[in-house]
Design a protein around this ligand. Structure first.
Ligand SMILES: NC(=O)c1ccc[n+]([C@@H]2O[C@H](COP(=O)([O-])OP(=O)(O)OC[C@H]3O[C@@H](n4cnc5c(N)ncnc54)[C@H](OP(=O)(O)O)[C@@H]3O)[C@@H](O)[C@H]2O)c1
Length: 317
């Protein structure tokens, strides 16, 4: 069974962000059924954050996991502060803020402990040693079970791991976002830090999707602007050809590629049928020549358009 530090987890986790915002409207009752279906299907890693839907997502997850706490590894995050209505945000890792946000997450999730608590973005104003030191104290107090970082550099990860065991690094990894393969994946491996791949379906692009509703966050993403989409879609043809040859969907090929890296993807979906399809990717083994074909279509750094709007991009570099 895959491990994140001392935590045993399923091969894929379930990312809950899209059940509150980002990729079109979701229905709470259906979202709860989808999370519960994931647990029924053996998915144990359930991923949320304080900032998703301004607390809505954690409350939703809290309702979905009620009575099933022992069946899951519950992950949440702190460190991003939303500002205004246009998706702007700033990063805050201040100790007081951490303590307040952790209490808020425990309350919304209706649990005594969060199994894996991530620093969502690294605050350049707060040394990572201080943040991890405080998280270690919260772990000792029993409020969190393990410490994770999200979008940390290799250097930050090394500094953090020198203070306390880091169970997981969660960063973006998919066929069109491969930059962590250059240094970060191997650093995590060397330090014994598990890697959780977020947006493994490229926010839907690598599953064949595109934004439809006006308030979809992807409209603000450079990669989803018309010109970039058209250029990137040409590369996606290779995934489509592989999917046809294997008799599977392009979402499944995209996920099977992420799984081939020995990491734990946490795809998100509002639909039980998509969840089942994604889990079926666990049994797809891509051979070396297929992996090479896919990687040749998506060389590291070649995707047209940045992966975040400018302000958000600044906090992931
Ligand atoms: N640490 C971080 O900074 C960070 C950042 C972003 C995300 N995350 C985490 O990672 C999780 C996953 O990332 P994500 O939600 O951004 O992107 P994703 O999993 O790459 O893609 C989600 C999109 O793919 C679609 N989709 C999923 N399965 C599909 C299928 N089988 N066929 C067709 N379409 C499918 C979904 O639409 P439908 O709902 O219509 O299926 C949704 O639009 C999030 O929920 C969150 O927990 C973390």
């Amino acid at each position: 069974m895959p491990r994140l530090g001392m935590l045993d987890v399923s091969r894929q986790g379930f990312g809950c962000m899209g059940l509150s915002h980002s990729y079109g409207r979701a229905d709470d009752a259906e979202s709860i059924r989808t999370i519960q279906h994931a647990i029924d299907r053996g998915v144990t890693l359930i991923d949320t954050a304080n900032v998703y839907g301004g607390g809505h997502n954690e409350e939703l997850v809290g309702r979905a996991i009620a009575g099933r706490r022992d069946a899951i590894v519950l992950a949440s995050k702190f460190g991003i502060v939303p500002e205004g209505t246009q998706g702007d945000r700033r990063v805050n890792n201040a100790i007081d803020y951490l303590r307040t946000e952790l209490e808020g997450s425990l309350r919304r999730l209706n649990v005594d402990q969060i199994d894996l608590y991530y620093v969502h973005r690294i605050d350049p104003e707060v040394p990572i040693e201080e943040t991890v030191g405080e998280l270690a104290r919260q772990k000792q107090a029993g409020k969190i079970g393990a410490i994770g970082l999200s979008e940390a550099s290799a250097e930050t990860l090394r500094r953090a791991a020198a203070i306390h065991r880091i169970a997981a690094l969660q960063s973006e990894l998919s066929l069109w976002t491969r930059e962590v393969e250059t240094e970060i994946l191997s650093t995590a491996r060397d330090l014994g830090v598990g890697f959780v791949a977020y947006s493994p379906l490229g926010r839907g692009f690598l599953a064949g999707g595109a934004p439809e509703e006006a308030d979809d966050r992807r409209h603000q993403h450079p990669r989803f602007q018309a010109e970039a989409l058209a250029a990137n879609a040409r590369r996606r043809d290779t995934i489509e050809r592989v999917a046809d040859e294997l008799g599977v969907s392009i979402a499944q090929v995209s996920l099977a590629w992420v799984l081939s890296k020995g990491v734990i993807p946490i795809p998100g979906t509002r639909h039980i049928a998509h969840l089942d399809a994604n889990l079926a990717a666990n049994t797809i083994v891509l051979d070396a020549s297929t992996i090479a074909r896919l990687e040749a279509a998506f060389p590291v750094g070649s995707t047209v358009g940045e992966r975040y709007p400018a302000r958000a991009l600044a906090s992931v570099r």
